[in-house]
Design a protein around this ligand. Sequence first.
Ligand code: GLC
Length: 454
Amino acid sequence: MPHPIAKKRLITLIPVPTTFVLAVFVLAISPNPAPAQSDYQPSPENLQARREFQDMKFGMFIHWGVYSVLGDGEWVFHNRKMTVDEYNRLPAFFDPEQFDAKTWVALAKAAGMKYITITSRHHDGFAMFDSKVSDWNIVARTSYKKDPLKMLAEECHRQGIKLFFYYSQLDWHNPDYYPRGATNWPNGRPDQGDFNRYLDDYMDGQLTELLTNYGPIGGIWFDGMWDKPSADWHLAKTYALIHKLQPAALIIPNHHQKPIPGEDVQTFERDLPGQNTAGFNTSYVTTQLPLERCDTLNENWGFNIGDSNYKSAAELERRLARTAGSNSNYLLNIGPYPNGEIDPEFATRLHSVGDWLAKYGDSIYGTRGGPIPPADWGVTTQREDRIYVHILDWHAPLLALPPIDKKILSARSLIEGSPVTFTQNADGVVLKLPPAGKDETDRVIVLMVAAKPM
Ligand code: GLC
């Protein structure tokens, strides 16, 4: 689905209402995608991986590809309506000599992130790995001639960070991506192609490479199905292939629709689960699968030289807490430079968030959202006999909470450790709040509760 930035660009081409109507119409007429793994029974390894995924809470999203050379986001091929021949010249300029997997993984760790999801192939179809399925890849088409995903996978395994691969189902380059979809423009491809061959040979071929040649992989993060929502994407076959090759690998589809059998995580683009400010997210939130929210650190996914609209570290910490309070992971994106270096503005903020998590991590990692639903004043997270009350936007000395079904044994501020006065009865809980610390982005009160409900 053309996201806000791309939609903004599309808007210049198509008046907004039409875009929106187009999107909604495409979604409206398209029944749920072709049934996928209707008999899917997640394996014990997969269920364990889901729990570990939820415990990790915070990941690094990386959008990096030959499009980074133009410094105009990952949709530049589409937004500049280039032809395939014109775009084919780009890999020659992509030579990331400054790329260092150790530095990237170390930055994720310093930020307190537990996993990395990197674009192995984006909508331009260019494989950022050594693929034998097509020579439209970094080893065959660039003077760099190395496989950065191989180096990243080895480094992630070395540093104990899980690695996920973003894989675009949408392809603006491959002629067999035919019939074309909602984002198509005439870019020189012949007006014919074999979509079944695209799915069964090309896509499944590359997914087999990604799930065979890089060691244990956390999962596959799909994107782009929204380009042809009513097409038969052979999901049953592809999902079964992934679960066969790596049973613990999680399938995370960014199709903005209700999860379908075979999928292991529901993801939301930019929005908190259930919200839809972006205009294309479903308001349906599953209670059966882990949740994930992906977000940009500035406004773009891919490197955009004109985008210095960076969110502050405080804003990122608040978004992480609010997302955890919605029982969801937070996948925060960076778009590295074409030479492989990471924007220092990103690095500075990620280090600050890491310092924050070094103090507040107990109230995030390993928790689940609740028991109190997210509210304007803040959110709650819980783990075993602890409930963490995250006060994000409340300035009065008392905070009234709805009833909690477990007896509160004690309350204290997470950071200072000082006791907090509280009352609890059938009508709810009232906390007498300690004053907010200077620049405190999230005032956390820890409630120790009895193991069993009252
Ligand atoms: C949207 C964009 C895509 C981006 C993705 C990340 O689907 O089209 O470019 O990779 O969001 O969530």
